[in-house]
Design a protein around this ligand. Structure first.
Ligand SMILES: [Zn+2]
Length: 208
């Protein structure tokens, strides 16, 4: 080994140790897709969507996420956009070898939600969701077996709606996208509006 290559090696080791110096630890789990780090920042998982608080299947998704990450050291992989407007880190989260975003999709505890420019794993995520849906895992046990005549979505916000949804009616015609089936919307990486809930059967409210 030459002196130069030894220096290069040491330098590489030094940079590596800097990058991994501070393990990120999950302190609080808010939902199936948002956690808070011990270091203070919130992390929003990229490429997936889960029900908000009070909505159908919220608790199940939160518990599934908690089982994977609570009190664990995590690694975050970023995509093009590293932070959202609320200052949350946007990331693909790993606990050791476990790819958390993918694991949640695979077990039916999240819906694919591809929001450009963060679409590095779009193909993987869509295929994992397909598998979960086919095997009726997690939330997919409650899928609405019927299709509406069509679904409405916006070019800006990647969520689709039932045709009768009040919010869908507010989408201007030039921004409007029509899907003929749930399959079509899901294959394009669209998640759903959790209020009109086009993917799932009506649930009784207040279920905890
Ligand atoms: Zn809607």
């Amino acid at each position: 080994m030459t002196y130069k290559s030894i220096t290069a090696c040491l330098l590489a080791l030094f940079i590596y140790s800097l990058a991994w110096a501070e393990p990120l630890k999950v302190k609080k789990v808010y939902s199936g897709e948002v956690v808070k780090l011990q270091q203070g920042k919130k992390v929003k998982y990229i490429g997936i969507d889960t029900p908000g608080e009070g909505k159908f299947f919220f608790e199940e998704c939160k518990i599934a996420n908690r089982k994977l990450v609570a009190e664990k050291d995590i690694t975050i992989e970023h995509d093009v956009l590293k932070e959202d407007s609320a200052g949350r880190l946007l990331g693909y989260v790993y606990v050791g070898d476990v790819f958390v975003n993918a694991q949640l999709l695979k077990n039916g505890y999240a819906i694919v939600d591809i929001v450009p420019p963060n679409k590095k794993y779009a193909d993987l995520f869509i295929s994992l969701q397909k598998e979960a849906r086919k095997n009726r895992r997690g939330i997919w046990r409650f899928e609405d077996p019927n299709d509406e005549p069509y679904y409405i979505a916006s070019k800006n916000i990647k969520k689709f709606h039932r045709p009768g949804c009040r919010i869908a009616k507010e989408i201007s015609f030039d921004k409007r996208i029509i899907f003929r089936s749930k399959d079509e919307a899901l294959a394009k990486g669209y998640s759903q509006d959790w209020r009109c809930n086009p993917l799932f059967r009506k649930q009784e409210e207040g279920k905890k």
